[in-house]
Design a protein around this ligand. Structure first.
Ligand code: AMP
Length: 217
């Protein structure tokens, strides 16, 4: 049995066409089913639904053989024990720094001020501000980061930005683009050796599908 870990939402939806290219069709809709293990048309392949941040952990410890996860999640996890053969170019967005429209970020940085930065992505934020030589106090949040500068909890946030609409709706502006983000295929290294015959064709079909259909997102 080959087990693929996916998270509900954009990653699940954007992985379906790649699975189809590998001849795999998921037989239940995660939006209507309460099941966490979804069968596919291939008796030897199943999909497990896990939280996005848990995908690397499932694959690292062999709870799943393969998974699809964002570069952001992989960096935060550390990526240890994971073979990362493909950038799937799906769920594309960017990791950015944003502040209130009335906060003068450039001069705060120039003056060497210590910034309070709220984020779910503490590893990425720590590395980014260290590389700029900016001193920061990181405040770990698990969601609704946009609220932090509005309530005075933080001067800045580090978060994913796609269209920019969420920032705009909360009167925040993007002041730094840290990195482009997209989702990767991750594979358990032992499974790659032991289940090579089942896993290789999936990797190859995904690779072919990406080349044929460059992402529009
Ligand atoms: P947007 O308003 O389109 O810029 O989207 C920003 C919101 O969606 C933020 O709350 C982000 O955390 C979230 N978001 C955007 N892109 C992604 C992605 N690829 N994966 C997970 N969350 C995302």
């Amino acid at each position: 049995m080959i087990t693929l870990a996916l998270s509900k939402g954009r990653i699940f939806d954007e992985t379906l066409p790649l699975l189809k290219a590998a001849g795999i069709e998921v037989l239940e809709d995660p939006d209507t089913s309460r099941k966490l293990i979804l069968p596919t048309n291939q008796p030897g392949v199943r999909v497990v639904l896990v939280r996005a941040t848990d995908v690397p952990t499932y694959v690292e410890y062999g709870g799943a053989d393969l998974g699809v996860t964002g570069k952001d999640t992989l960096i935060e996890h550390g990526g240890q024990g994971l073979y990362q053969p493909l950038d799937l170019k799906i769920a594309a967005c960017r990791m950015s720094v944003a502040v209130r429209a009335d906060f003068d970020y450039a001069s705060a940085v120039r003056q060497g001020s210590r910034l309070k930065v709220a984020t779910k992505y503490t590893a990425i934020a720590r590395e980014f501000f260290a590389s700029k030589g900016v001193h920061v106090d990181l405040i770990k949040l698990y969601g609704s980061m946009e609220l932090a500068p509005l309530t005075g909890l933080a001067d800045a946030i580090v978060d994913l930005v796609s269209t920019g609409n969420t920032l705009k709706a909360n009167h925040l502006v993007e002041v730094e683009r840290i990195m482009d983000i997209s989702s990767r295929l991750v594979v358990n290294q032992a499974a790659l050796k032991l289940k090579q015959a089942g896993i290789r064709p999936i990797i190859d079909a995904f690779a072919n599908a990406i080349q044929k259909e460059p992402s529009t997102s």
